[in-house]
Design a protein around this ligand. Structure first.
Ligand code: FAD
Ligand code: NAI
Length: 468
């Protein structure tokens, strides 16, 4: 069989790229080694984690804020098997959706592991050991990533687990240690803390979500401690963990070099993800991985050192995010079709789906200071928002950073209710190179959370916020 494009991997990078290729008239095949399409994101990432975050948020609200709203619930309890079953159903709906989209767009698919014979020939090895050889003009590698393991900390997948197993615990643990105060640790830690688990986060750095604007991590840590009782062991380097029966002991070293030991029912290791290239046979076509991060090196067209072989998503440099993978998938499809697409890497938003949510786009205050760019900052706290008072979601703020001379918005950083959705307005504004005053003069519906962005923009403009 001769294809224009073979895509290896059906995550958000691969499946979106395949659909765009087909839309552009390219004969396209997707090879996926997993039984269902959708990769990490749909099967064990974005979608199942958000399903559990939603369920646990409902429970937490029913337990802690319904009474204040005047709603009394008797005999409230968590039905964990049902919560997991609903999550599985959400995943099944989404993965089946990809199957439907492939059919609709006439994208072919094969189940098996794809590996290079040469740059135009891909061997597909199926679960039963049978093989099939495919010829293609172009290849898009979209094989994603897997959880990073610490060399001194073996994961037994029972008590010492990764995010994948953490999506399937069929009980509410009494205690849990999360290694890593990054996105996965805080999202999954929140799920269990909301359900009643005592969650302790052990983080190597002095702040959580350390790659985002420093003010966000500070506020999130304060709120998670206050509202969910999460404990934070900052500046702690984990040195090992052992599981004995139903108990895990996690050993760490604090900033003074003293040994600290924590016991829990489960330990989630969430210290980042590593590019996944095993079994691809990259050596057969002469691709060498980057020393740091083991990513596939690509040029500005996302083409590898081999002509006609592209790589996208988690397997290449940059943010390990589903929407970044999707945009790169579209970019490569259009490049192969002879178009001249563009990605603005500065404007890829980052979101953490805790409560309050955290969302960010553009430069952080720390980045602007480090690069010597003069800027103005305007903030607006949700406690001054009428909408936030009505829903009792008054933690957090919106911060707008704008160029001191031109007023162009350089960064927007938010923590608060529904900011995961609110950040889109900032991305659009920045893509059109809006000034802070542009947002300040645009009419925002009242009462909405989005008014906080308008007020922060007013504050950045000339300290003109109305409601603080
Ligand atoms: P993947 O989604 O990893 O897909 C790669 C696919 O390739 C897999 O299906 C794999 O089986 C297949 N494959 C690998 N090798 C081969 C081979 N040789 N042959 C055939 N198939 C192969 N990102 C967000 O933007 N928002 C979120 O809310 C979010 N939440 C997350 C929550 C969790 C718990 C995790 C773990 C991740 C989350 N992410 C989130 C990150 C997101 O899942 C990834 O950035 C995204 O899935 C990367 O897409 P991808 O297409 O590059 O690779
Ligand atoms: P991460 O990089 O966000 O966080 C890992 C944390 O672990 C860091 O803060 C790091 O300092 C810490 N750490 C590393 N080694 C340690 C040690 N020995 N002891 C203590 N702490 C240690 O990685 P995470 O949370 O695993 O997520 C992986 C990827 O998945 C991220 O790149 C993220 O983009 C993506 N993701 C995105 C989500 C979203 O968009 N909402 C949700 C979940 C994951």
């Amino acid at each position: 069989m001769q294809y224009d494009v073979v895509v290896i991997g059906s995550g958000p990078g691969g499946y979106v790229s395949a659909i765009r290729c087909a839309q552009l008239g390219l004969k396209t095949l997707v090879i996926e080694k997993y039984k269902t399409f959708g990769g990490t994101c749909l099967n064990v990432g974005c979608i199942p984690s958000k399903a559990l975050l939603d369920s646990s948020e409902h429970y937490h609200n029913a337990a802690h804020s319904f009474a204040t709203h005047g709603i009394n619930v008797k005999d409230l309890k968590v039905d964990m098997p049902q919560m997991i079953a609903r999550k599985d159903d959400v995943v099944a709906q989404n993965t089946a959706g990809i199957q439907y989209l492939f059919k609709k767009n006439k994208v072919d698919s094969l189940e098996g592991v794809g590996s290079f014979v040469d740059k135009n020939t891909i061997l597909v090895t199926k679960a039963d050991g049978k093989t099939e050889t495919i010829s293609t003009k172009n290849v898009i590698i979209a094989t994603g990533s897997k959880p990073t393991a610490l060399p001194f900390l073996p994961i037994d997948k029972k008590r010492i687990i990764t995010s994948t197993e953490a999506l399937n615990i069929k009980e509410v643990p009494k205690t849990m240690v999360v290694i890593g105060g990054g996105v996965i640790g805080l999202e999954l830690g929140s799920v269990y803390a909301r359900l009643g688990t005592k969650v302790s986060v052990v983080e190597y750095l002095p702040s959580i979500i350390a790659t985002m604007d420093a003010s966000l991590g500070k506020e999130l840590q304060r709120v998670l401690k206050k509202s969910l009782g999460m404990e934070f062991y900052m500046n702690h380097k984990v040195t090992g963990a052992t599981a004995k029966g139903k108990t895990v002991t996690v050993n760490a070293e604090n900033a003074k070099g003293e040994a600290v030991s924590l016991e829990a029912d489960y330990c989630i290791v969430a210290v980042g993800r590593t590019a996944y290239t095993e079994g691809l046979g990259l050596e057969k076509i002469g691709i060498t991985l980057e020393e740091r991060g083991k990513k596939i090196p690509v040029n500005a067209h996302l083409e590898t050192s081999v002509k006609g072989v592209y790589a996208i998503g988690d397997v290449v440099a940059g943010a390990m995010l589903a929407h970044k993978a999707e945009d790169e998938g579209i970019f490569v499809a259009e490049t192969i079709a002879g178009q001249k697409p563009h990605i603005n890497y500065n404007l890829i938003p980052g979101v953490v789906y805790t409560w309050p949510e955290v969302a960010s786009v553009g430069k952080t205050e720390e980045e602007l200071k480090a690069s010597g760019i003069a800027f103005k900052a305007g903030s607006f706290p949700f406690k001054a928002s009428g909408r936030a008072k009505a829903s009792m979601d008054t933690d957090g703020f919106v911060k707008v950073l704008a160029d001191a001379k031109t007023d162009e918005i350089l960064g927007v950083h938010m923590i608060g209710p529904r900011v995961a959705d609110m950040i889109a307005e900032a991305v659009v504004a920045m893509e059109f190179r809006a000034s802070a005053e542009d947002i300040a003069r645009i009419c925002h519906a009242h009462p909405t959370f989005t008014e906080a962005l308008k007020e922060a923009a007013l504050a950045a403009t000339d300290n003109r916020a109305i409601h603080i």
